[in-house]
Design a binder for this molecule. Structure first.
Ligand code: COA
Length: 365
């Protein structure tokens, strides 16, 4: 038995949800470029769960369910108020989603119908939880979700209480579409491994949030912004990047296990970053990002991934750095729950083997 480090190249599941072939990402057969240009996030969530785009009636019904389920239990708000103020936002989200399951009377019902219902509830409630965590740690009261508005608009509204601009809503909605699913990425795999033991959906999503938190996965978008902040201004950029490269340090937001010729999602976020900069009449973050890309691609041949331009997009939307990965989770919970439903529809416990490399001839006495 020989192990493959990082399971690189190992095909560990069959899935009809999303695919990456020759650098092209599709959700249920729809090219991500097509969806990014034409679909809203709610349609994409429906597509991932049910395998087809919703018609008008189905979309209206889904939006009604999102509005109905978006409020979170008062008990959960009370718990979040007990979290330390200097919390890690992803750790807080992981804890809150785990606790959320305690208040769902369907949590242990493993019927297909209950699981589909839980997927919709989790999608509706994650934005409310993230916004509540953000406000409570600042000593503010959480804002109740609005009825009848999109997930992107509601989230931005719940963060500040202000009506977000149309551009901001459109940018966040598109970012949610782009992050919704990505084949067997680490957090999705974690979700599938968890529910394959016939544990519940809340446990699966809690596992996934834990996996997404790491800087080699979803946490990279925060690390990119940290780097942009550390650089500070364009004139310091080249020396900073050169030193990182000389020290053989990883540059966050570059490289990918699956895409070696570029992540198809990055160009959309780059465009969004430029447009937001132009609209705010401050393109410095965008220009710095482009220069970093030129340097890294030029010297290392590495291309930006989904996280690289997300950082400047979210910052220009006025979102705090440590909420970037929670926003990734707000989107990816659609994919996680779709994969959980798929796993449970044809389940077998996921239990690979390890190549043993320890001592072989020890004796107790
Ligand atoms: N900066 C500098 N070098 C990088 C790099 C980066 N962002 N990403 C990969 N490399 C280099 C590695 O150092 C390694 O070089 P070596 O063979 O000389 O040691 C080589 O490219 C392969 O990288 P490796 O980490 O083994 O690839 P992987 O498939 O295991 O990992 C990532 C993929 C995404 C985890 C990796 O590219 C990375 O850490 N990127 C930064 C984090 C990030 O942006 N994550 C978000 C992913 S969407």
């Amino acid at each position: 038995m020989t192990a493959t480090k990082g399971l690189e190249g190992i095909v560990a599941a069959t899935s009809s949800i999303s695919s990456i072939v020759d650098g092209v990402l599709t959700y249920r057969g729809y090219d991500i470029d097509d969806l990014a240009a034409n679909a809203c996030f709610e349609e994409v969530a429906y597509l991932l769960w049910f395998g087809k785009l919703p018609n008008k009636t189905e979309l209206d019904q889904l939006n009604k369910s999102f509005s109905e389920f978006a409020p979170i239990p008062d008990e959960l708000i009370a718990q979040i108020k007990l979290y330390p103020r200097d919390l890690n936002a992803m750790a807080a989200l992981r804890s809150a989603v785990s606790a959320l399951g305690l208040y769902d009377t369907q949590a242990e019902d493993d019927s297909q119908e209950a699981n589909e219902n839980k997927a919709v509830k989790l999608q509706a409630q994650l934005p409310t939880i993230v916004a509540a965590i953000s406000r409570i740690r600042e000593g503010k009261e959480p804002i109740a979700p609005k009825q009848g508005v999109s997930i992107a608009e509601n989230f931005l509204y719940m963060l500040t209480g202000d009506e977000p601009s149309e551009t901001a809503v459109k940018a966040l909605d598109q970012a949610l579409v782009l992050h919704a699913d990505h084949e067997l990425n680490a957090s999705t795999f974690a979700a599938r491994v968890t529910v394959a033991t016939l544990s519940d959906m809340y446990s699966g999503v809690t596992s996934a949030i834990g996996a997404l938190k790491g800087p080699l996965h979803g946490g990279a978008n925060e690390a990119v912004m940290k780097m942009l902040n550390e650089i500070g201004s364009k004139d310091k950029l080249e020396a900073y990047i050169q030193q990182k490269l000389d020290n053989r340090e990883k540059i966050m937001g570059f490289g990918h296990r699956v895409y070696k010729n570029g992540d198809p999602r990055a160009k959309h976020l780059q465009k969004m970053s430029r447009e937001l900069g132009e609209q705010n009449e401050n393109t410095e973050l965008y220009e710095m990002s482009v220069r970093i890309e030129e340097l890294i691609t030029g010297q290392k041949g590495l291309r930006p991934n989904v996280d690289f331009y997300s950082a400047s997009v979210y910052t220009q939307l006025g979102i705090q750095r440590d909420l970037f990965t929670p926003i990734f989770a707000i989107s990816r919970v659609s994919g996680w729950t779709a994969h959980i439903l798929e796993q449970l529809a044809d389940n077998r416990i996921i239990r690979p083997r390890a190549e043993y490399t320890g001592p072989t001839t020890q004796k107790y006495i």
